[in-house]
Design a protein around this ligand. Structure first.
Ligand SMILES: [Zn+2]
Length: 62
């Protein structure tokens, strides 16, 4: 099951949508910003039913 979440790039501040797959539970992964192409560390939080609880983003290099 794919959810869509809106995030703000921690580098350029641009907002864009990402697809989040909660079938594997909470995850942490890196995805490049669609605007400035820098690596964003994305943390997703999902509940046991596969529902998306929240998404947080940080710079990968911090
Ligand atoms: Zn960016």
């Amino acid at each position: 099951m794919l959810d869509t979440a809106r995030i703000d790039c921690p580098y350029c501040g641009e907002s864009f949508d990402i697809e989040v797959d909660c079938s594997a539970g909470s995850q942490q992964y890196v995805e490049d910003c669609t605007v400035c192409c820098q690596p964003i560390l994305i943390t997703t939080r999902c509940d046991d039913d596969g529902a998306l609880l929240g998404v947080s983003v940080t710079r990968e290099n911090d």
